[in-house]
Design a protein around this ligand. Structure first.
Ligand SMILES: [Zn+2]
Length: 351
C-alpha cells in the first residue's frame, strides 16, 4: 500500500519536473514533494509505527525517492545558475574596439600653481615665506596698520567680526604687523628683513564673477635702513616680468591705502595685445594688478619700529587676480567650486 503510494509520488514528481522551467517552479516542487506537509513526509512519519518489514521496504524506497527528488532539484538549480552566468557573461562581453579609458591624474589647483610660482620668485629674492593666522585680533588686522576704530576702511560692511576684538583677517598684512612687532622686540638693529605672507582673507562681499567673500592674497614687505621707493619699483617690475614675460612693463599711479604713504596702484602693460588695446585690458593697454607703497610711518611706529632708522616697502597681490590673468579665467567662482572639468585644465601647468 505504502509502496504504491510512494511509486505514484515518484511518477508524479518525474512528470512535473519535466515541465519546470523556472526557479519558482522548482521551489514549488520542493515544497510539494519533500516539504514539511508533503505526502512523502507523512509517509515517513507513519513508517515509525509500521511493522518491521514495511519499515524496511517502504523506508528504503521513501529515502531513495527523497534523495532522488533532492538531487534532481539541486541539479536543476545548478543548471539555472549556469544559464544565468552565461547570460551575464555574454552581456558583459568586452568590445576590444571601444576606445580605452584614460587614467585620470590629479592636477594642481590654479591658485596653488600661482602661490608656488610666487614663492619661488620671492625665496630667490631672499624673502621669508610665512603662513599666518586667518582668525586675527582687531589689533593686528587694523589698529597697528594705521586703521584705528571708526576708520571707514574697517566698516562693518567689509569685515567679518567674530566678536568685538577678533575678525576673519581682511588682508594678509596682519602678518606684516605681527612680524614687524616681533622684529622690534628683539631690540637689535634691523639690517634688512623681507617677509611674504600668503593665505585666505575674507571680506563681506556679494559673490559675483569678479568678487568673492573669500580670496587669497600674497602680502610682502621689505624693511631696512636704506629701503626706498626705487627698490619697490625694481621688485615689482622684476616680479611682473617673471610672471608674465620679459615683454611686459609696469606703471605706477598714485593711490591711497591707509597703511602706506606714498601709495601706488600698479598697472601691467597688457601681455595679450602688448599695449595695442584688447578686451582683456578694456582697450587701455594696461591691466590693474596690485597695490603697493612704503609703509606709513605710523605703521612702523605702531609696531615699535623707529621710522627715522628704517623704512619699508610693501605690496599685496590678489592670487585669484594673477591666476585669472595667467590662465585666462573669467569667473572667480571657478576657483572655489572645485568642478573637476575646470581643474583638469591645469594638468599641463607645473605638473
Ligand atoms: Zn590688451
Amino acid at each position: 500500500m505504502m509502496l504504491n503510494q510512494l511509486k505514484e509520488l515518484q511518477i508524479k514528481f518525474n512528470e512535473k519536473i519535466v515541465n519546470s522551467s523556472s526557479r519558482g517552479d522548482i521551489e514549488e516542487l520542493k515544497k510539494e514533494f519533500i516539504g514539511k506537509n508533503s505526502p512523502l513526509n507523512s509517509i515517513l512519519q507513519e513508517l515509525r509505527n509500521a511493522d518491521a518489514q514495511t519499515r524496511q521496504e517502504a523506508g528504503k524506497l521513501a529515502n531513495e525517492i527523497k534523495t532522488q527528488i533532492l538531487n534532481t532539484i539541486n541539479e536543476l538549480q545548478e543548471k539555472f545558475d549556469q544559464d544565468d552566468l552565461k547570460l551575464q557573461l555574454s552581456s558583459e562581453k568586452k568590445d576590444i574596439s571601444l576606445p580605452g579609458m584614460n587614467l585620470s591624474f590629479g592636477s594642481k589647483h590654479p591658485l596653488n600653481l600661482v602661490i608656488e610660482e610666487l614663492s619661488e620668485i620671492f625665496s630667490e629674492l631672499g624673502f621669508e615665506m610665512v603662513d599666518g593666522t586667518e582668525f586675527e585680533e582687531d589689533e593686528y588686522n587694523f589698529q597697528r596698520l594705521n586703521l584705528p576704530e571708526g576708520h571707514p576702511a574697517r566698516d562693518m560692511q567689509d569685515t567679518f567680526y567674530v566678536n568685538e576684538k577678533q575678525v576673519l583677517r581682511t588682508h594678509c598684512t596682519n602678518m606684516s604687523s605681527r612680524i614687524l612687532s616681533k622684529l622690534s622686540q628683539t631690540g637689535s638693529e634691523i639690517k634688512q628683513h623681507g617677509s611674504v605672507s600668503f593665505g585666505n582673507v575674507y571680506r563681506r562681499d556679494v559673490d559675483d564673477a569678479t568678487h568673492s567673500h573669500q580670496f587669497m592674497q600674497i602680502d610682502a614687505f621689505l624693511i631696512g635702513p636704506k629701503i626706498s621707493f626705487a627698490n619697490l619699483k625694481w621688485i615689482l617690475q622684476y616680479l611682473c616680468k617673471r610672471l608674465f614675460g620679459d615683454q611686459v612693463n609696469i606703471r605706477m599711479r598714485p593711490s591711497y591705502f591707509p597703511f602706506t604713504e606714498p601709495s601706488a596702484e600698479v598697472d601691467l602693460s597688457c601681455f595679450k595685445c602688448l599695449g595695442q588695446g584688447c578686451k582683456l585690458c578694456k582697450n587701455s593697454g594696461w591691466i590693474e594688478i596690485l597695490g603697493s607703497g612704503m609703509f606709513n610711518e605710523n605703521v612702523l611706529r605702531l609696531n615699535g619700529i623707529n621710522p627715522q632708522k628704517n623704512t619699508a616697502l610693501a605690496f599685496g597681490v590678489g592670487v585669484e587676480r594673477i591666476a585669472m590673468l595667467k590662465y585666462g579665467i573669467s569667473n572667480i567662482r571657478d576657483f572655489y567650486e572645485n568642478d573637476i572639468r575646470f581643474l583638469n585644465q591645469f594638468h599641463f601647468f607645473g605638473n
